[in-house]
Ligand binder design. Sequence first.
Ligand code: TPP
Length: 185
Amino acid sequence: MRTDECLAALAEHRTAEVVIASMTSAVRWPAYSDHPRDLIYVPSTMGGAPSLGLGLALARPDLRVVVLNGDGSMLMSLGSLVTIGEQAPPNLVLVVFDNGMYAVTGGQPTPGAGQVDFASMALAARWPITHRFSQLGEWAEALPGLLRAEGPAFVQLTVEPEPTSITAPPVPMSERLTKLLAALD
Ligand SMILES: Cc1ncc(C[n+]2csc(CCOP(=O)(O)OP(=O)(O)O)c2C)c(N)n1
């Protein structure tokens, strides 16, 4: 399945969730969504999106947070799986788009390209919900439940390798993040 198809399915089911889109998803998500709770994580700390999502999910338990990550970025911060498993925010969903490559920097293969079982890693890190999908229909069918589930929920999507390049986001993420955090007062 293609990353774009997966994002289109997510956009169909998304309602009020915060969506933190990184890497290829940061480039493609704005084609499907323009929502005040879209945080296009550009420029990003590579590997930082799950931890950003964790912080936001803990700070705003009234919101639901969906993080879209790349496999290369997930490999850079595998420890965040353990931290999230321990903190166990019920309102967090982490989706790894496993295309087996560093797509936004030209398509270099990631270590273990496409053969890494991230979902099992999340399970071992005590995430209560873990999935691995390679069929679009399975992802689309699971989405409504995942967006309401008592998480944290981890999803590995095996997607086609498609090199791309990072583009500047239409709205700076910092503005939206500031507004979301300001609502704490
Ligand atoms: C420490 C570090 N090394 C390398 C980079 C350069 N870099 C930025 S994005 C990226 C690739 C991201 O790959 P992945 O997370 O798999 O997402 P995809 O591009 O495939 O969507 C790389 C290598 C960086 N930002 N930081």
